[in-house]
Design a binder for this molecule. Structure first.
Ligand SMILES: [Zn+2]
Ligand SMILES: [Zn+2]
Length: 150
């Protein structure tokens, strides 16, 4: 699935739960799913104001999408709570703590050694993991280097 575009059948998730997939919910999901960086609820509300979506609706919907596993909560370098569309298959997000750009990487076998060690030392049967990696992207690093001496 190397070239597969990330997609989530979000309508099926809503249908399966018997929750209406309204125009506003579609817009809010679309905002996060189409973003190449993590965004706060406030930023989503700002972007969607022209579409007549209020901040309270954005807040409630983001919470709902999170509960349904359709948005993942991450933090930026200042500890601000942001949201991204969740990983597809076994992939994980690498997030720039400065500009919040998100790069997804294939997680195949990533923590196999750790899981094997944990299974051996704890006796757990391990079936999964949750992983986010944080760093500073090349553009933000270059910008910082240009700044020094201030
Ligand atoms: Zn950056
Ligand atoms: Zn992984």
């Amino acid at each position: 699935m190397a070239d597969a575009q990330p997609t989530h059948d979000i309508e099926a998730v809503f249908r399966g739960k018997g929750i209406p997939f309204t125009r506003q919910r579609r817009l809010i999901w679309g905002y996060f799913a189409g973003a190449d960086r993590a965004a706060t609820i406030g930023e989503a509300a700002e972007a969607l104001r022209g579409d007549g979506v209020g901040q309270a609706t954005v807040y409630r919907t983001v919470t709902l999408l999170g509960d349904l596993g359709l948005l993942a909560r991450v933090q930026d370098g200042r500890g601000e709570i942001c949201f991204i569309a969740p990983p597809i298959g076994h992939s994980h997000p690498l997030i720039c703590g400065v500009c919040r750009r998100v790069v997804r990487f294939d997680g195949d076998g990533d923590v196999a050694d750790l899981e094997a060690r944990l299974a051996a030392t704890t006796g757990f049967s391990i079936y999964g993991h949750h992983l986010e990696v944080y760093g500073i992207c090349p553009e933000c690093r270059a910008a910082r280097e240009g700044d020094h001496g201030e």
